[in-house]
Design a protein around this ligand. Structure first.
Ligand code: NAD
Length: 506
């Protein structure tokens, strides 16, 4: 966090959203929002005060009283409108996102688009929030379920998808009848705020969606607040574990999507050209700052001869600002992230991995202050090395070898993370064995980044996830609702009375 004196006083202030109004924080703690390609200060973001967080939760609690009773059609139509507004503002949203986060403009549009798909899904809530009914469970008795909203829910989001991940959260929470307090990443909150403006324009009533900014203190306040019933978190394993433990102790429902180390197995029978293109795209796209980026390639048998071709393809990628045409790899999000990635590359060398391609300190004409690191490839990577054990979250691909599919599966299952994985092969039998035996939540078969579309749910597992229900899709409808079971009997004049019955039957 910047000390107040380091914060650009003239930069525009990112506002809070409380009770339907965008308001300037009274905080004395602010930090700069910085363009990672240029170091230009774009805005300053406040660390909301305890009173402001209290006001946001109170406005959400008040709004819940009426919002929870709003008819399904009225809720759905807001999200129909929001999807239209997002489409109309796609280029503007992508430009804001690229400026503060660094990814290329086409990739920023992809970030918005994957969130837009969840908004479209939310608009279909009429088909999603349905209970069940069993007729005549006993004589004249029916049992049915109601999926009712929980109350005030909260979302805490990471820097790497500042459009998609807030859109994973607030549309589905709100459309199911809850009200919401969002705490975006303090590193790139601007596109999130623009999406919230569009959400209000689409018709979300005052108090139903609120936004507070900040870091640890704001997150802890959300975890502890007795009026918040559920929290969705996406971010690192360290912070997610803390949020899960703290908020669960406070009696909340919590879902945490966390860090990753995603492996791709490449069998020698794979379609070589398609596989190498997919591997390089998934390893280095978004500068490796995707939770589903392929960060470890496990080359099986003769596929271990393909390293020179992987390196050759990686060398063709253009490293530059996300706004430059033809850029493949933009900057990493901050100077601190750059120092961390460069430090891990140093460690990889010191710990004996073979540096096949060194992307450190690339020449980027016109952007000499940017946080750039080019595609970097290590081979001979083993557990115990920092580059294998830690999530690098930069454009660094680790390559390991295996003699067989079984050995490769065992290698992946021994890694604690379970976010995503992929296999590249032309063998249906090998792919089926992989899908059955691999202990990872999201599996790609010749698909390098298998993020499910919103008619399904995001299903990371093991150390990549805490809580049983995932974001979006059917699972999140259950996450954001409480099931009530009603057992009902209606008497009419012809119903004969049984007298007092003290046994357990209906
Ligand atoms: P982060 O954990 O540093 O931050 C996430 C959120 O937690 C932010 O809103 C931040 O303000 C807050 N936070 C940071 N430090 C905190 C602390 N000490 N106490 C309480 N709150 C704190 O994550 P990040 O660097 O913004 O994002 C990158 C990470 O997110 C990577 O590990 C990536 O794998 C993960 N991620 C996971 C998924 C997934 O679906 N599994 C998706 C995207 C990103």
């Amino acid at each position: 966090m910047n000390a107040p004196s380091n914060v650009a006083a003239l930069a525009p202030a990112v506002k809070l959203l409380i009770g339907g109004k965008f308001v300037e924080s009274k905080s004395t703690e602010w930090r700069n929002v910085v363009n990672p390609a240029t170091q230009e200060v774009l805005a300053r973001v406040p660390f909301a005060t305890p009173d402001e967080i209290e006001a946001a939760v109170a406005s959400a609690k008040e709004a819940f009283k009426t919002w929870r009773k709003t008819p399904i059609g009225a809720r759905a139509r807001i999200f129909l409108k929001l999807q239209q507004l997002i489409r109309e503002h796609m280029a503007e949203l992508a430009a804001i996102l690229t400026a503060e986060q660094g990814k290329t403009l086409p990739d920023a549009e992809g970030d918005v688009f994957r969130g837009l798909e969840v908004v479209e899904h939310a608009a279909g809530i009429g088909n999603l929030q349905l209970g069940e009914l069993a007729n005549n469970v006993a004589n004249g008795v029916d049992t049915y379920t109601l999926l009712q909203p929980l109350g005030v829910c909260a979302g805490i989001t990471p820097f790497n998808f500042p459009a998609m991940i807030p859109l994973w959260m607030f549309p589905m929470a709100i459309v199911t009848g809850n009200t919401f307090v969002l705490k975006p990443s303090e590193q790139d909150p601007m596109v999130t705020m623009r999406l919230c403006e569009l959400a209000l324009e689409a018709g979300i009533p005052p108090g139903v969606l609120n936004v507070v900014h900040g870091g640890e203190a704001a997150v802890n306040a959300i975890c502890d607040h007795p009026d918040i019933k559920a929290i969705s978190f996406v971010g690192s394993t360290r912070v997610g574990t803390h949020v899960y433990n703290r908020a669960s102790l406070a009696g909340k429902r919590v879902q945490c999507m966390m860090g990753a180390k995603n492996h791709a197995i490449i069998l020698p029978d794979a379609n070589k050209e398609q596989t190498l293109n997919a591997l390089v795209g998934a390893g280095f796209g978004a500068a490796g700052q995707r939770c589903m980026a392929v960060s470890v390639a496990v080359l099986v048998g003769e596929a271990q001869q393909w390293i020179p071709e992987i390196v050759a393809k990686a060398k063709t990628l253009k490293v530059s600002a996300g706004t430059e045409k033809g850029t493949d790899v933009g900057p990493v999000v901050s100077c601190a992230a750059l120092a961390r990635v460069e430090g891990l590359i140093e460690k990889g060398l010191a710990e004996g991995a073979k540096l096949e391609l060194d992307g450190r300190k690339p020449q980027v004409p016109g952007y000499d202050k940017g946080n750039f690191v080019g595609p970097t490839i290590f081979s001979g990577v083993k557990p115990g090395m920092a580059i294998y054990d830690q999530e690098i979250f930069g454009p660094v691909l680790c390559i390991a070898g295996a003699n067989s599919l079984d050995e490769a599966i065992e290698f992946i299952n021994a890694n604690p993370h379970g976010n995503g994985t992929a296999i590249f092969t032309q063998s249906g039998a090998a792919a089926r064995k992989f899908q059955e035996d691999i202990d990872v939540g999201q599996i790609g078969i010749n698909v390098p980044i298998p993020v499910p579309v919103p008619i399904f749910s995001f299903t990371g597992s093991r150390a990549s996830k805490l809580g049983d229900l995932g974001p979006y899709g059917k699972q999140v409808v259950l996450f954001y609702t409480q099931t009530k079971t009603v057992t009902a009997r209606w008497f009419d004049d012809s119903t004969t009375t049984q007298g007092v019955n003290t046994t357990i039957s209906l």
